[in-house]
Ligand binder design. Structure first.
Ligand SMILES: [Zn+2]
Length: 492
């Protein structure tokens, strides 16, 4: 990548992100239809309201408003005492009513901030606003031998959508990535959304421009859409930052436009020029009364907020004596932090730090390998099952290396650790007679290593220990092997 170009050039990058988040409510934003559309048969979660029939009246989903207030509070926003809904008009086939019920000039939350950290440098990123709107229908484009056509699935139409608009305070693609990861983590902690980018419950549009370092005015910005992963956001912004620099340096004019990220090409492509903001002809939604969010209600919601990632990380460092880095990783998702605390609570691990190492080491390796998150991992291996494994290790029934293998086996078979150990005969051999047989064999078969050790090369013993471990299929207690080997070789 040409990131070195960015590091030392005359321009700085200005990025602002808009994030749309589907809320985890049971029903839709303005009607009683189920919002759980993921596996539903097309057009089954619909009613006259979300189908946009004339003469029907929307009703605001109270839980969605509460979730938006929770989010706004967690993002340090001021909660508006008076909030209202507005019609945002634009003609597109995925919009059933021909307009979206959104919020224009009186959003639920304003003027917040979030702190991010990149390379040890903390910075404050402003949150312009948090408001509520509704998702649109899904268009499925099909082509067969004869024709091309589009199918409409209205199940998604009306699902509560929260928009979080950030200030253009981000200065690099990496800061943008950190911002998104932190935001996702906050939403998951609040349990207001699954916040899954790949599944579309967390979507990001980015505004990016450059300007000569040290100046204050903004140059034309480009809106980048179509990014379906954190990696895609990062790559698209890197691409744009470089493209805009090259264009400016060769005297080309950057136009204000919308560009789509094309993953396969690794490029952004112009979609339509956006010289001016769309004329959405916003006007107050006549079918919904404005909402008054009184102090008491907001305070009550504030009292229900869970411990946020930042605070939890600090507590992990002091309560469990974890290094800050480990605490950061363990609190990055609420599911991981919860799993960790439950595991520590069982007292099965040798220490709280050891429990952390198990999750960040072997358990993370399994999650990466199978491309799953902690929520899925915990479905496969419960905290109790994990504790069962650690108990076997702590009590020296199995050694650490065997325990790691057993963990993998637990993941694939769903069996408990003790059953796997019993079935496969993996229990550690601690009785020295069995180990001595293996040691005798190792000494006979490896005269070179034996001579090296006797000649004073202490490290040669490691090789011999390895041979014994191999012969016992990793079941021998390495400490006992080491001690017995030394005794033997020294002729004691
Ligand atoms: Zn409906």
């Amino acid at each position: 990548m040409e990131s070195s170009v960015i590091a030392q050039d005359r321009f700085e990058t200005i990025i602002g992100l808009e994030v749309h988040v589907q809320l985890k409510t049971k029903s839709k934003m303005y009607c009683g239809c189920s919002a759980d559309y993921a596996n539903a048969t097309p057009n089954t979660h619909v009613c006259p309201v979300c189908l946009g029939m004339p003469g029907v009246l929307p009703v605001v989903n109270r839980h969605a408003i509460e979730y938006a207030i929770m989010t706004a509070l967690a993002l340090n926003c001021t909660i508006s005492e008076y909030t209202k809904f507005d019609r945002k008009n634009y003609p597109y086939p995925d919009l059933m009513k021909g307009y979206q019920i959104s919020q224009y000039d009186a959003p639920i939350g304003t003027n917040g901030f979030m702190t991010i950290e990149v390379d040890g440098k903390k910075s404050k990123v402003g949150i312009t606003r948090v408001h509520m709107e509704e998702d649109v229908a899904k268009l499925v484009h099909r082509t067969n031998m004869v024709e091309s056509y589009s199918l409409v699935d209205v199940n998604r139409s009306g699902v509560p959508l929260m928009e979080i608009v950030g200030e253009p305070d981000l200065r690099s693609p990496e800061e943008a990535r950190q911002y998104l990861m932190k935001l996702r983590s906050i939403l998951q902690y609040l349990d207001v959304s699954t916040a899954n980018m790949e599944e579309g419950s967390f979507r990001c549009d980015a505004n990016i421009s450059i300007r000569p370092t040290g100046t204050k005015e903004f140059m034309p910005k480009v809106e980048v859409k179509n990014m379906n992963s954190f990696r895609a956001v990062f790559r698209a912004l890197e691409y744009e930052a470089i493209r805009q620099r090259k264009a400016t340096e060769t005297g080309e004019r950057i136009v204000q436009e919308t560009r789509g990220w094309v993953e396969e090409k690794g490029q952004t492509v112009s979609q339509r020029s956006k010289e001016y903001a769309h004329d959405y002809r916003y006007f107050p939604e006549p079918d919904l009364p404005p909402l008054t969010l009184d102090r008491q209600t907001v305070d009550e919601i504030k009292a229900t907020l869970p411990e946020m990632p930042e605070a939890r990380k600090q507590r992990f460092v002091t309560e469990y004596a974890l290094p800050a880095y480990d605490a950061d990783l363990l609190t990055s998702s609420r599911a991981t932090a919860d799993y960790y605390e439950k595991l520590v609570g069982t007292k099965a691990a040798k220490s709280a730090r050891d429990a952390g190492n198990w999750l960040l080491g072997p358990a993370s390796a399994i999650m990466n390998q199978h491309n799953i998150d902690m929520t899925e991992f915990s479905r496969r291996i419960s905290v109790e099952q994990f504790a069962g494994l650690l108990t076997l290790e702590t009590k020296a029934v199995i050694n650490t290396a065997t325990a790691k293998t057993v963990l993998e086996e637990m993941f694939t078979s769903g069996k408990n650790a003790d059953m796997i150990v019993k079935e496969k005969g993996l229990g550690q051999i601690s009785d020295s007679q069995a180990i001595e047989v293996a040691i005798e064999e190792a000494i006979h078969a490896n005269t070179q290593a034996v001579n090296d050790f006797r000649a004073g090369k202490e490290t040669a013993i490691k090789f011999l220990v390895g041979q014994v471990m191999k012969a016992t299929r990793g079941r021998a207690n390495p400490q006992i092997v080491n001690d017995l080997l030394k005794k033997k070789l020294k002729g004691e």
